[in-house]
Design a binder for this molecule. Structure first.
Ligand code: GLY
Length: 380
């Protein structure tokens, strides 16, 4: 049995690692558990901090959280960079969203009006202006919107920096799977049991295991599989993409995220499938078909990686951040399409929760009590 810590964090992707950083900074003793830290959704994520261009109908409360976290990103990135010396590839490139055909333009305009009504910074621009911004756009573009303020970041770099800062702070990252929560006879969670059977007592357990959170506790998370490609535009002087380009191609959604080092992340499928990590011919074909409809020049680029991972979906697309309803068990999961974007906000909500014992009022949309009936101290 290991020595007791204040908080055992189960899952050390970007959410668990960011929370562990903030809790450790506040003087709590923290241990993280993950057999492969950062190898889940964090590994696949493109890193668009898309608080505007992922604002969807029926998701106003999620959009408010996304906007708050987008505002927190510059300070979060600056602090993490300065603590580690790491370049996180955090930059403001803006997002050009384009429509392929007239039906897609209708969809684009409906979303434009929703986003404007929410007070988000987005404007319609002409196809000529869109081509002025990104000359590599394909011949068949029917409409465009421009979102100048959106940023992007490289999630893998952020995660590596978080692991470095955790090591500096003396936070252990135990590379083992947690198989069980440890419960007192009265049903309070007071530690975890790992796959070797070792017990790790803790004052509190923070569950940040993405879609797999369900396996430990019945939390209503589910895997939503995404397939992405990574292309390499370095050394290809004819291929210049400066902004995130996303859009609709015959009602399907696709995005291209160009990094300063030449990497271009192209995604993604959204499949109600398990996290089998299988890249399929059909998934790759679908993403490439739609991406090359918008930016045909990707045809020439070497493929450096094909990735399949699952996002942690929740029943209402909102994350679950805060007390689970089981004493001793706190949740940070269900971040679905916005885990990278929501990492700073999640970490700050948890810092407040562990500091004053309460989640701030503005974060109540993420309060897990809405699913309290489904959460147990054991697997379902
Ligand atoms: N937010 C991008 C995705 O989920 O694919």
């Amino acid at each position: 049995m290991s020595a007791s810590v204040d908080v055992a964090v189960v899952g050390c992707g970007i959410i668990g690692a960011a929370a562990a950083w903030r809790l450790s900074q506040r003087g709590l003793t923290v241990t993280c558990f993950d057999p492969a830290p950062g190898d889940g959704a964090t590994h696949a994520a493109a890193g668009m901090l898309a608080d505007v261009t992922e604002a969807e109908f029926g998701e106003d409360r999620l959009t408010a959280l996304n906007v708050a976290s987008a505002r927190a990103w510059p300070d979060f990135a600056a602090e993490l960079s300065s603590a580690t010396g790491a370049d996180l590839a955090f930059r403001r490139t803006g997002t050009l969203t384009v429509a392929y055909d007239s039906g897609d333009r209708q969809q684009l305009r409906r979303l434009l009006s929703l986003r404007r009504d929410l007070g988000l910074p987005i404007e319609e621009i002409t196809v000529d202006d869109a081509r002025g911004l990104e000359p590599l756009l394909g011949p068949r573009i029917a409409g465009a919107t421009w979102t100048p303020d959106e940023h992007q970041v490289d999630p893998r770099r952020v995660h590596a920096a978080l692991l470095a800062v955790l090591a500096d702070l003396g936070v252990a990252v135990v590379r083992r799977r947690v198989t069980e929560l440890q419960l007192t006879p009265s049903g309070t969670v007071n530690g975890v049991v790992d796959e070797t059977g070792e017990r790790h007592p803790a004052g509190s357990v923070l569950l940040a295991a993405g879609w797999a959170s369900r396996e430990l506790t019945g939390v209503p998370t589910r895997p939503v599989k995404g397939q992405l490609l990574r292309l390499d535009a370095s050394g290809q002087p004819g291929f210049t993409l400066s902004r995130v380009v996303r859009g609709f191609v015959q009602a399907r959604s696709v995005y291209l995220v160009p990094r300063a080092d030449g990497e271009v992340v192209v995604g993604a499928t959204s499949e109600e499938q398990p996290d089998d990590r299988q890249v399929t011919a059909g998934g790759t074909f679908a993403v490439l078909r739609d991406a090359r409809a918008l930016v045909p020049g990707i045809d020439e680029l070497p493929v450096t990686e094909l990735t399949a991972r699952a996002r942690p979906g929740s029943p209402d697309n909102l994350p679950l951040i805060g007390d689970s309803g089981i004493p001793g068990l706190v949740l940070a999961t269900g971040h679905y399409r916005n885990g990278i974007l929501l990492a700073p906000l999640t970490a700050s909500v948890l810092a407040a929760r562990y500091g004053a014992g309460t989640v701030p009022e503005w974060a109540t949309a993420a309060d897990p009590s809405r699913f309290a009936a489904t959460v147990t101290g054991g697997p379902t």
